[in-house]
Design a protein around this ligand. Structure first.
Ligand code: GRF
Length: 201
């Protein structure tokens, strides 16, 4: 599996994926890390692991289709066949999804379909949920909406702040994402309509 990881920020999920590859838990080649934000802290992880990086600012493109067209070209140049969004803060279009059908994944810090979008941990706290978690899913055109591959539940504690809850969820994210990607690498994941066969590692 020739993997590209797309980030916009700190890149702790990127780091978890790269660690899993380095330790042989994820049979993938990390061909490229792409960011839409030149200042993304996660670029340091990529550089430390000696992985090629690309910066494609969304501000340089007229619309999402133009952005994704350039993105697909960059991914193809690096021989990528699978795309992992890891804190990538842009919606993707059919231009990207059509180029890599069934091969674009995302991770979200809640038990979808609860709390999609930004500040999922804050949403869970404000709602008063007692359980939230992490979800790995196939990406479709809608935000945090595609077929669910794997989920892990995380308790919400009485004295949680957004930060303590986010940290507890993040531990599960870092465990779950490499496991789900490994299933894809092994050909154990299949999409059937909206349902995923072989998910939930
Ligand atoms: C994670 O919580 C992920 O679930 C969400 O954005 C955050 C990215 O964190 N999509 P990081 O950049 O991987 O540390």
């Amino acid at each position: 599996m020739k993997l590209a990881i797309l980030i916009s920020g700190r890149g702790s999920n990127l780091e978890a994926i790269l660690r899993a590859i380095a330790e042989g838990r994820l049979e993938a080649s990390p061909n490229l890390v792409v960011t839409n934000r030149a200042g993304a802290g996660g670029l340091d992880h990529a550089r430390r692991h000696g992985i090629p990086t690309g910066v494609l600012s969304h501000l340089d493109f007229a619309d999402r289709n133009a952005y994704d067209t350039a993105l697909v070209q960059l991914l193809r140049e690096h021989g990528v066949d699978t795309v992992a969004l890891a804190g990538f803060d842009r919606l993707v279009t059919p231009v990207l999804l059509g180029a890599f059908p069934g091969r674009v994944l995302n991770i979200h810090p809640a038990l979808l379909p609860a709390f999609p979008g930004l500040h999922a941990q804050r949403q869970a706290l404000e709602y008063g949920a007692r359980v939230t978690g992490a979800t790995v899913h196939f990406v479709d055109e809608q935000m945090d909406h595609g077929a669910i591959i794997a989920q892990a539940a995380v308790p919400v504690l009485d004295d949680d702040s957004e930060e303590t809850l986010a940290a507890r969820i993040l531990l599960e994210e870092h465990r779950l994402y490499p496991l789900a990607l490994q299933r894809l690498a092994r050909g154990q994941l299949r999409l059937s309509g909206r349902r995923v066969i072989g998910g939930d590692p």
